[in-house]
Design a protein around this ligand. Structure first.
Ligand SMILES: [Zn+2]
Length: 537
């Protein structure tokens, strides 16, 4: 093996590594700058220069400070940066994601199963070429001695030159400010370092003791069953119930399910959306609020609450019984329904048992399927639901034609159609309950439109497909009679939101409390003239 020795002063190594970082890992950032350029050549050159100087200077300055504070940290720090940057760049290039706080939440909310879904051989190439290789070079380099004073001098020079550039290129500030969020999410390693910190902080704040909501009372003792299904990444556009031109909802159409029109999600990612769905007000999306969510509230007031999950990103729950797909799978298989046990139908495994043993006259079952969770759409349904072909069979979505991608996605919707129909059929099996099923998706999904995939685009910039969600309602005859429901009025409603869930579930159980807002209760559509849906703000 060839022996080579290169000796470098630590500050020189830091400058070279920072330069390498600014050149190798920021292709997507410069591409973004190019695509969002203004109309003058000089202006664009200034913008590009400013980002380059920012990336280089921030990295160099922070690394120099680290070195001054802890000399041993220099090599481990750069090895870590190269390895993590290689991973980050792979995901940015493959899925066009921005590594903001939301996305870091998604990364840490991803369970191991989903993580293996994301694996692709190209990922290995990124890690070896852009992560391991530069790391080895860094480890091989001999560091010469350097006085702290000299390191500090280098730090000052880099800082001063960067400030001088920013001063003379002040024209570019406006452009940087306008795209700050997007740019911040693409500067490596700072996007994921800073945003992981922000995410962890928000999570810490979220796990304080929950603020209890005011006491509720119920006016009836009728046997009532509510099944709330929280969908995943389902967009209204691909439901034939909402006019899609492919038959994705044959079973629900036959069940005459009601598709509420104009429903918008409150956020474009799971954690925030679930907060909204389970919250009584508009502030569900802010992670700083920490009020008890709907299931905890109802459980505390005598409703027997069950939660069945094949997904993640859930609130802190205090319910009668929580089980995930793994808990349910053995019982599912022993009932001999092997196909469904690997998919969302596993959540219905003990439905009969729950209904036979429930001790309260009010039962809430929350189902949290994996639905249309990308990017491996083709793995989210059993083989017999491969209705639309050919399908995208890789997680590298850009490799697939638009048609293959949409087909795979549509198959997940067709399977959701079957799953929800199974839920309704199970509910029809307990006729002594007045029962209703509410299905609402957490957010929509992008399937390559405007070059976007998956979801999680900041709300103000997100396309409608990430925000327009299906909101479906089924009611038993008994329920319709009990509530004197004017079904046609409900069907005619024009705009619904996540906020309607909390108040409608309270309404279904005839529960009242100071926070109950009847205008958000969809079951308020009685023959009297109460407005069915006052729009939010
Ligand atoms: Zn989601």
């Amino acid at each position: 093996m060839m022996r080579w020795r290169v000796a470098l002063a630590p500050s020189v190594l830091i400058l070279i590594a920072s330069l390498l970082n600014a050149i190798v890992f920021h292709g997507p950032l410069y591409r973004f700058a190019n695509e969002n350029a203004g109309d003058t050549f000089l202006g664009n050159a200034l913008n590009l220069g400013t980002i380059f100087v920012m990336v280089f200077a921030i990295t160099a300055v922070v690394s120099l400070i680290f070195y001054i504070l802890a000399r041993w940290s220099l090599k481990p720090w750069w090895v870590l940066v190269f390895l993590c940057n290689a991973l980050a760049l792979y995901f940015i290039n493959t899925y066009q994601v921005t590594l903001d706080k939301t996305m870091m939440g998604n990364v840490f909310g991803t369970n191991p199963g989903e993580a293996t879904d994301l694996f692709h051989p190209k990922l290995l190439a990124y890690v070896v070429l852009l992560g391991l290789l530069p790391s080895l070079v860094v480890l091989k380099i001999q560091l010469s001695a350097e006085r702290k004073r000299k390191t500090f001098a280098v730090l000052c020079v880099v800082g001063a030159l960067a400030l001088a550039w920013l001063y003379f290129a002040s024209q570019s500030w406006l452009w940087v400010d306008k795209h700050a969020k997007k740019i911040g999410g693409m500067i490596l390693p700072w996007s994921y370092v800073v945003n992981t910190g922000r995410y962890e902080w928000a999570k810490f704040v979220d796990h304080r003791d929950q603020i209890l909501l005011p006491a509720a009372t119920s006016t009836s003792h009728k046997k009532t069953l509510v099944v709330l299904v929280i969908g995943e990444s389902a967009r209204a556009k691909n439901f034939s119930l909402y006019g899609y031109n492919k038959p994705t909802n044959p079973e629900l159409e036959a069940l005459k399910i009601i598709a509420l029109k104009g429903a918008k999600s409150c956020a474009t990612y799971t954690t925030a959306s679930i907060n909204c769905i389970l919250s009584h007000n508009d502030e569900g999306a802010t992670l700083l609020k920490n009020e008890e969510p709907l299931p905890n509230y109802l459980q505390r007031h005598g409703v027997e609450v069950y939660w069945r999950s094949n997904n993640s990103g859930e609130s802190v729950l205090k319910v009668h019984d929580y089980k995930n797909a793994g808990d349910l799978k053995p019982a599912c298989q022993s009932q001999g329904q092997n196909q469904g046990c690997d998919h969302d139908e596993v959540l219905l495994t003990d439905f009969k048992k729950i209904m036979a043993s429930a001790t309260s006259d009010k039962v809430l079952i929350v189902l949290h399927p994996t639905g249309s969770h990308g990017p491996s759409y083709y793995k989210k349904y059993p083989p017999q639901f491969e209705k639309f072909k050919p399908t995208c069979q890789t997680v590298d979505l850009q490799k697939c034609s638009s048609q293959e991608l949409v087909n795979a996605y549509d198959n997940t919707i067709a399977y959701t159609d079957h799953f929800l129909a199974e839920v309704v059929r199970s509910m029809q099996g307990v006729p002594d309950y007045a029962s209703t099923m509410l299905y609402v998706s957490d957010h929509g999904e992008s399937l390559g439109e405007y070059g976007l995939y998956l979801h999680g685009t900041p709300y103000s910039m997100a396309p409608d497909v990430q925000k327009d969600i299906p909101f479906l309602v089924w009611m038993s005859e008994r329920f319709i009679q009990d509530k004197s429901m004017a079904v046609d009025r409900l069907r005619a409603g024009q705009s619904f939101s996540h906020r309607h869930i909390f108040h409608s579930v309270m309404g279904a159980f005839d529960m009242r409390s100071p926070i109950y807002a009847p205008e958000f209760n969809i079951f308020n559509a009685t023959s009297s003239d109460t407005p069915v849906n006052k729009n939010e703000k």
